[in-house]
Design a protein around this ligand. Structure first.
Ligand code: GUN
Length: 299
């Protein structure tokens, strides 16, 4: 029987752990976990994301502060805000929502966040710590961290002997995902748009992770029987069966076909998606524990 992972359920269990750790830190050290979320401009999708991040932070018991800056904010003004958040001892996590308006350069802003407060895991220090296997003091970007929670719940902490294939090589997902799997002793292949004979590569995967942004690209006959299949794609496609002009979300995996072959599958929506915000909360409470000199919870 194929298992379809309920991402909302797993995310809720992560949030319960975050809430308990937040209360414990406040009781033991008098430290209230603080998250600052920065958004520039008025892109509606970004505002929706940021709104749910800020709401969830409040639900976790954090001191959650949202900084909403106008679209015409200058590079210097944004840099000054990040500098003040870096210096604020009540702020343990800083998230600058991407993409920024076109006239702003994201990279110097992201790299100016103190690595200990970089709850997005995008600073080169955190990328480097992950690459060298130092998960103890670094912060891991939220979506791969969430996908890895699924992998651990299915296979445990030790992936020795298992073949993992990650399709996609972005800094935000594919590369950190590959590093996490490698740290857990999987044999890892990173496939991408230039890979030759991708179906053959995928059929070797005990753990197949797809993050390419192409609707239902991975077919059932690309999947090794009884594999664990993690779908990180979120693609909006036309759904005329729901009415004229309607759309629906699909992943990078042909879900119905995967159900017939795999032993574990994540759905879209409701799989990896809900984990991203949960892991942002997890990273923030981890950062607050470290700042207070306390052992951080694990997820
Ligand atoms: N925009 C969409 N997803 C993300 C994310 O995970 N982090 C940031 N900073 N911006 C985003």
């Amino acid at each position: 029987m194929v298992q379809v992972i309920d991402g909302k359920h797993v995310a809720a269990s992560v949030i319960e752990t975050v809430k308990a750790a937040t209360v414990a830190l406040e009781e033991l050290s008098g430290v209230r976990t603080g998250l600052a979320v920065v958004i520039v401009g008025d892109d509606p999708a970004s505002h929706a994301y940021v709104g749910s991040k800020s709401r969830m932070a409040k639900e976790c018991g954090f001191n959650s502060v949202q900084h909403t800056l106008p679209a015409e904010t200058t590079q210097e003004e944004l840099a000054a805000l990040v500098a003040s958040l870096n210096a604020d001892p009540e702020v343990h996590g800083i998230l600058v929502q991407l993409p920024l308006p076109k006239h702003l350069h994201a990279e110097p802003i992201i790299q100016s966040i103190r690595p200990e407060k970089d709850v997005d895991g995008l600073h080169v220090v955190n990328a480097g710590k992950l690459a060298t296997g130092d998960i103890r003091t670094g912060l891991v970007s939220c979506t791969p961290a969430g996908a890895m929670v699924f992998v651990r719940r299915v296979h445990g902490d030790d992936l020795s002997g298992l073949n993992a294939v990650v399709i996609g090589r972005s800094n935000l997902f594919g590369k950190p995902m590959a590093q996490l799997l490698l740290n857990a002793h999987a044999t890892v292949t990173v496939a991408h748009s230039r890979t030759r004979d991708l179906p053959v590569v995928c059929r070797n995967a005990d753990i197949l992770v797809a993050a390419v942004g192409r609707p239902e690209m991975v077919k059932g006959n690309w999947i090794k029987p009884d594999a664990t299949v993690i779908d990180v794609g979120i693609n909006r496609v036309p759904a005329p069966e729901r009415g004229e002009g309607k759309t629906r979300l699909v992943g990078d995996i042909a879900f119905d076909e995967a159900l017939a072959v795999a032993s574990v599958v994540t759905p879209v929506p409701g799989g990896v998606g809900p984990m991203t915000i949960a892991m942002l909360m997890a990273n923030t409470v981890i950062a607050a524990h470290r700042a207070a000199g306390r052992a951080a919870p694990t997820f």
